[in-house]
Design a protein around this ligand. Structure first.
Ligand code: ASP
Length: 436
């Protein structure tokens, strides 16, 4: 019997941790190889991992464009499209807000930026340059937010498509294109619709091919990370790390399954199992955009959500809906503010929450993208961006986890919306369906 895909990937992840530790660099405690051998292994991991990642990335632009256009076509445009769009945005905004509030509650409760109740600035070796800390950069934060949204309307759509960070612009164009395609009639509509439908189907077929290589790709990506970082960098930041992890876990294991059970009325366990290949890929790639092809495949083929919903909700969600990212931004900014001893008034916390929510929409679905948004928050509350350097040490693992939460929330959104549109078969027998 052939092992199911999610088991294959899970085993690959386990092996990757072992292989990464054993072939790690000088900083990795369990390494049994010398520097030259480590380098050799690193290059193999890097080669295989990059190949897998490139294969996924290659699909992003044609997949986003073709699926949004076919998604709108299948709603027929007009009122249906408006209703679906409204529901999608409502779900995205509310789950992201809940995620941020969970982060806010925990970071206040645990206080990772304090040691024995006092700001941990010195212990964390944050800059002693008070002038820089106190130099408020009021207004700058707002301008940066505006910039994120200006990218939504790209001056050149082809340029936006070639730039990783500008998917929002591509999505905006595809939405307009799809919408006005539904207003055409006759031959033009027929030909153009068939063209995009065909593109979309081809993209999904290529996705299925790439998924077969997921265990190898996931192995290589994780082994590469582990062999580079080891665990030592974590210790000074352990409290911060744990705060983020607990908050993410609450959202992933309590809030979202409750949404599934109470609003969508489906069994959460089935959904976790159905989404496993995509979750594990998000974990190892740390990119919602690169995971999008797998997310779509899992939600459509393993959860049984109709193509009409997935092709609209998921590409939008990969860029716009980032619960894990929003939560992380809030915890990270609060942590740095705590460590600097900034007074965390209601107004300051409100600004942090609001910017985290707004920027999580605009942030690109690629690794480390949150860091840019945290910079925006820091400058809005008058803190120096250099404090970010601190977070970098533990960012990779947190990025992997928050990306999994990001795509999980997108998939829950697709299920909720499908159920609200009367789809009865969603997750009805998902656990029994074959992997990929
Ligand atoms: N890596 C995340 C994603 O792709 C974004 C981030 O939080 O950095 O979803």
């Amino acid at each position: 019997m052939k092992l199911k895909l999610h088991w294959q990937i899970l085993i690959a992840l386990g092996l990757a941790v072992i292989a990464g530790l054993l072939t790690g660099n000088a900083d990795v405690k369990f390494s049994i190889v010398n520097a030259a051998t480590h380098q050799g292994f690193y290059e193999v991991y890097d080669f295989l991992g990059t190949l897998f990642l490139n294969a996924l990335k290659m699909l992003i632009v044609p997949l986003i464009v073709s699926s949004i256009i076919t998604g709108i076509l299948s709603t027929g445009g007009g009122r249906d499209f408006g209703r679906l769009g409204g529901k999608t945005l409502l779900y995205y905004m509310s789950t992201s807000l809940v995620a941020i509030l969970i982060g806010l509650a925990l970071v206040n409760l645990i206080g990772p930026g304090y040691i024995d109740g006092a700001p941990a600035r010195d212990q964390l070796a944050l800059s002693a340059d008070t002038a820089a800390v106190e130099q408020a950069v009021e207004g700058k934060g707002m301008k940066d937010i505006a910039e994120i949204f200006i990218r939504m309307v790209p001056p050149n759509v082809l340029e936006a498509a070639t730039n990783n960070g500008q998917m929002l612009g591509v999505i905006f164009f595809a939405l307009l294109f799809g919408f006005f395609l539904t207003t055409l009639s006759g031959k033009a509509r027929e030909v153009i619709s068939a063209f995009w439908q065909g593109c979309f189907e081809i993209m999904m077929k290529i996705t299925e091919l790439i998924m077969k290589f997921a265990p190898i790709g996931v192995f290589a990506l994780l082994a590469r990370t582990v062999s580079q970082t080891g665990f030592d960098a974590f210790m000074p930041l352990l409290k911060f790390f744990l705060t983020v992890m607990i908050a993410l876990a609450l959202h992933f294991l309590v809030v979202l399954p409750l949404v599934l059970a109470l609003i969508a009325r489906v069994k959460p366990v089935r959904h976790y199992i159905a989404m496993a290949p995509a979750l594990l890929t998000a974990f190892s790639t740390a990119s919602s955009a690169a995971t999008l092809p797998l997310t779509m495949d899992c939600v459509e083929n393993r959860c049984g959500v109709s193509n009409r919903i997935t092709s609209f909700v998921l590409p939008l969600g990969a860029t716009v809906n980032m619960d894990g990212t929003a939560l992380f931004e809030c915890v990270a900014a609060m942590f740095i503010a705590q460590a600097y001893g900034v007074e965390l008034t209601f107004a300051t916390q409100f600004i942090i929450v609001a910017i985290a929510l707004l920027t999580s929409i605009g942030v690109a679905a690629i690794p480390k993208a949150s860091l840019v948004a945290i910079m925006v928050i820091l400058s809005a509350i008058g803190l120096p961006a250099e404090a970010l350097g601190l977070i970098l040490a533990v960012d990779r693992i947190l990025d992997m986890c928050r990306t999994s939460v990001n795509i999980f929330s997108d998939s829950v959104g697709a299920v909720v919306i499908a159920r609200s549109e009367g789809e009865e078969n969603v997750l009805a027998n998902a656990a029994a369906k074959p992997a990929a």
